[in-house]
Ligand binder design. Structure first.
Ligand SMILES: [Zn+2]
Length: 389
């Protein structure tokens, strides 16, 4: 059974009020009525309930009001609702409890490649210990999960994590909801990285954009009309599995020639091993690329040229307003993005390329975990966007 503040927030009218306050910061009751289209009576009832639950607070009077009684303004009480974000990656699991402004209340990050048993034990134990505190349990409106792979949106079941064996077909949403009675939302990491840009990053001003995530795999998240685009389900944006290279190496998807086999962090490490017979870790690879080690740079050059080629295809097909690059490789190798952009010249159609803004994410934090936070608040504060386009 799902209880707590979620029961109140799930009403469409209530979330209209909460979302108006999220966007506008401070509003009077009559502003709320005008913006949401709800009657003043409905606004009075809803705001009374929200004040009672400490999800909003009164903050004095409006300065713009001229004469007569000045209306009291309302704003979100940042500490009134919490989201729990879980970021499952190939080399770590991070769990974070945040308030409405994404301020961290609790955070835990464990490095390592987790089996299903180890990973779910860590997640369940952590949630259990957090919601022992009555205050946290009552304020928690949802759990957002980022996964590096495919999800069945109907059931919330993980379909496959290409670089994490043993997690396939795990009904993570159902398990956690049965255990804790809190709504669980699950989404692919590239889509969440795009959503994080829309909520917290430089993507706020774009209606249509593509986020390119360069990690151990390469994925893209698509935002169309400010909503995550999910196609017909399971997965979209599998840029890493476009067969555009001459590589004869079999990809984790089973096909040959995928971009992932040359341009992902994992692929560069494998190729370096192939050339030099040296097994190195990611940090060493990055250090050697940045110091222009001949073999590391050769591998890197192949990666950025292939990525530039693949992203040119995206520009020609989608012509988005912006393409935002993120992920550890983009952040750790400063020359990566300028070289990718250079590689796109002469491949993407020139007027479209000139018209598309291309930059790297400047979110200091991990995009996928911020996206998991946005996912919870989007699906609770804006239920009308529950069904992505
Ligand atoms: Zn592939």
């Amino acid at each position: 059974m799902i209880t707590g503040n979620y029961e109140v927030i799930k009403s469409i009218n209530t979330s209209l009020v909460l979302d108006a306050l999220r966007i506008n910061d401070e509003l009077s009751r009559s502003d709320l009525s005008r913006i949401t289209g709800l009657t003043t009576g409905t606004i009075t009832n809803i705001t009374a309930k929200l004040l009672d639950l400490e999800l909003i607070k009164e903050v004095g009077s409006s300065l713009q009001s001229s004469g007569g009684r000045r209306p009291v303004l309302l704003r979100l009480n940042d500490d009134g609702a919490y989201a729990l974000a879980i970021d499952i990656r190939t080399t770590s699991i991070e769990i974070r409890l945040v308030d409405l402004k994404a301020k961290i209340i609790y955070s835990l990050k464990k490095e390592g490649t987790f089996s299903l048993d180890q990973g779910t034990k860590l997640i369940i134990d952590t949630i259990q210990s957090l919601i022992k505190k009555e205050d946290i349990k009552n304020k928690l409106v949802g759990i957002g999960i980022s996964i590096p792979g495919w999800v069945d949106y109907e059931t919330g079941k993980i379909i496959k994590l290409p670089n994490l064996v043993g997690w396939e077909n795990y009904p993570i949403k159902q398990e956690l909801e049965n255990n804790f009675g809190i709504p669980v939302y699950i989404e692919n990491d590239a889509n969440l990285s795009a959503l994080a840009e829309l909520w917290f990053g430089k993507g706020k001003k774009y209606n249509n954009m593509v986020y390119v995530l360069v990690e151990d795999g390469i994925g893209t998240g698509l935002i169309i009309n400010q909503q995550i685009y999910r196609g017909s389900g399971i997965s979209i944006g599998e840029l890493g599995h476009i067969p555009i290279t001459n590589s004869k190496k079999q990809c984790s998807c089973g096909n040959i020639g995928c971009l992932d086999t040359v341009a992902s962090a994992k692929a560069m490490i494998d190729q370096y091993l192939g050339i030099t017979n040296q097994e190195i870790d990611y940090i060493t690879l990055i250090d050697r690329i940045n110091h222009q080690d001949k073999d590391a740079f050769k591998v890197f050059k192949n990666a950025e040229e292939s990525l530039g080629f693949a992203v040119s295809i995206l520009v020609n097909i989608l012509h988005p307003e912006a393409i935002i690059f993120g992920g550890k490789v983009i952040h750790d190798v400063p020359s990566f993005l300028p070289l990718v952009k250079e590689a796109m010249i002469g491949k993407a159609l020139s007027p479209m390329l000139q018209d598309t803004v291309i930059f790297s994410s400047d979110l200091k934090d991990s995009n996928s975990i911020l996206g998991a936070v946005a996912l919870v608040f989007q699906t609770t504060l804006q239920p009308y966007s529950l069904n992505s386009i």
